[in-house]
Ligand binder design. Structure first.
Ligand code: 4AD
Ligand code: MG
Length: 462
């Protein structure tokens, strides 16, 4: 008999069927006549209840071994469960204990543990309901990302993790070197990078966007989905030193097209996760944040409002509300402003476009007014900015000028400029941080709890 996953048994198991499961004991209860245990194999939030009768071989000895955290294989017969909340249970006919877990030292007790404590046991915390649900949602979400782009003819490209582009200005960089740091070669008092591995300074990538643009000019539609690194020393609930980023890039696509893609993408991701992980999403709504399902519904079912930055500023200025940060043309919107727009004024997702060029990156396309650029940010209720994107500057002369204005040496971006010399085309793209997306989707407060093994300042354990 082949083994079955618990999720499959809970959804499709029929009484009288024989089944074998493998997993870890969550709880065990003994009564005079028999014992129950709950077993989980990570495939679902719900455990499978197993009934152990004294007729089992070595019954007493096995009961001693079957403590929380022990690994076990159970073969038995499925039966309708009389207990409430469960449809099916397994009446064991054979039990193998693979590995015991000493109840004196096993770190997960039958009580609610704080997220902080759980982070200190990163190797075991995914055996809890909450972290288990997060990782299943994360998996479903990653799969949905690929599904969406593959269905629409995007090429998945792997961007380099090591880069010599230090000029995109997206964040603080980690250096990559093979120097012995106790004995760094110097010339005229400065580090001599010509002797380093790459013959020049190299870094861990902060974004694959510029490479994605190059590939979009060969394949029309591409996307990146991979790890990025930022050495920002900010110990916040939204920053990781290592995180995953999704960056689609579309050739022959203007800002309108960019917005259409971003909206369709978000709708698809949220819908897929609701379809694939309904119990987990329900769990988040009940236990973590009771707006999670409403937010998802809002993203899936509402058309996104589209307004310019200029109109947004006018709306905010007129708003009957006292903001902490005063509003005027030229400011970078704060989250209180973004939340007012989508939670109070429009009550649905909003895409803001055409930001002042001063507060946006050099590669964004300059509008005819020469004051604003073709940028777009997608803001969602309860979430704030979830996607940032833009139409890219495809005109060589204007791009060169913008690069210089940003204080960057155009020589360093020679290849990026080449893309405007040879077969340039209007093109657009957007980005989103994968862990931020999971945070929004699940309502989990701290970004450290939506990635299996988080890397943050002073922490790279496990
Ligand atoms: O907004 P960012 O800096 O944008 C770029 O890197 C652009 N070059 C990408 C582009 O336009 N294609 O970063 C992209 C996203 C942010 O929106 C945020 O969700 C996430 O990455 N992010 C982080 N997530 C976790 N930890 C951090 N330290 C993050 N910094 C940015
Ligand atoms: Mg951004």
């Amino acid at each position: 008999m082949t083994k079955r996953r618990i999720l499959d048994l809970l959804r499709n198991g029929e009484p009288e069927e024989q089944a074998t499961i493998q997993g870890w004991v969550r709880t065990k209860r003994e009564s005079k006549k028999f014992a129950f245990m709950e077993v989980n194999d990570g495939s679902s939030l719900a455990n499978l209840q197993v009934i152990l009768e004294p007729t089992l071989e070595d019954y007493e000895e096995k009961l001693e071994q079957l403590n929380n955290g022990a690994s076990v294989e159970v073969t038995g017969t499925l039966a309708e469960s009389p207990g409430k909340g469960q449809s099916i249970e397994l009446q064991a006919t054979a039990v193998t204990v693979y590995g015991e877990a000493d109840p004196e030292t096993y770190p997960l007790q039958k009580k609610r543990h704080s997220f902080e404590f759980l982070r200190s046991i990163g190797h075991i915390r995914t055996r809890t309901n909450t972290l288990g649900a997060v990782m299943r949602v994360r998996n479903s979400c990653a799969n949905a990302v690929h599904q969406f782009f593959q269905q629409h003819g995007f090429l998945w490209m792997h961007t380099p993790i090591i880069t010599t582009n230090d000029c995109e200005g997206a964040g603080e960089l980690f250096n990559v070197t093979s120097f012995d740091l106790n004995n760094v070669p110097k010339e005229n008092g400065k580090v001599d990078y010509s002797q380093d591995f790459f013959g020049q300074p190299a870094y861990l990538t902060v974004s694959g966007q510029l490479e994605a643009e190059a590939m979009a000019l060969s394949f029309d539609r591409v996307y990146t989905f991979g790890p990025t690194f930022r050495a920002e020393n900010s110990n916040t609930s939204r920053h990781l030193a290592e995180f995953w980023m999704i960056e689609p890039e579309m050739a022959f696509c203007d800002l309108q097209g960019d917005m259409d893609w971003a909206e369709a993408f978000l709708k698809h991701i949220f819908q897929t996760v609701l379809d694939e992980c309904p119990e987990d999403m329900e769990f988040f709504n009940q236990r973590i944040d009771d707006s999670v399902l409403t937010t998802a519904d809002n993203i899936i079912n509402q058309g996104f409002e589209r307004i310019t930055y200029k109109s947004a500023i006018a709306l905010l200025e007129k708003a009957d509300k006292q903001f902490e940060y005063p509003v005027e043309w030229g400011i970078d919107l704060q989250s209180e402003h973004e939340r007012y727009l989508c939670e109070e004024h429009f009550q649905k997702p909003v895409i803001l476009t055409d930001y002042p060029s001063e507060i946006k990156a050099f590669y964004m396309r300059l509008n005819d007014d020469e004051k604003t650029v073709g940028a777009m940010d997608v803001l969602a209720p309860k979430i704030g900015e979830i996607i940032g994107g833009s139409q890219r500057e495809e005109r060589l002369d204007i791009l060169e000028k913008r690069i210089k204005e940003a204080g960057i040496d155009p020589e360093q971006l020679w290849w990026y400029l080449d893309l405007r010399r040879y077969g340039t085309v209007p093109h657009s793209g957007f980005d989103l941080g994968f862990e931020r997306l999971i945070q929004f989707m699940t309502g989990i407060q701290n970004i450290r709890d939506v990635i299996p093994f988080p890397r943050t300042p002073d922490n790279a354990d496990f």
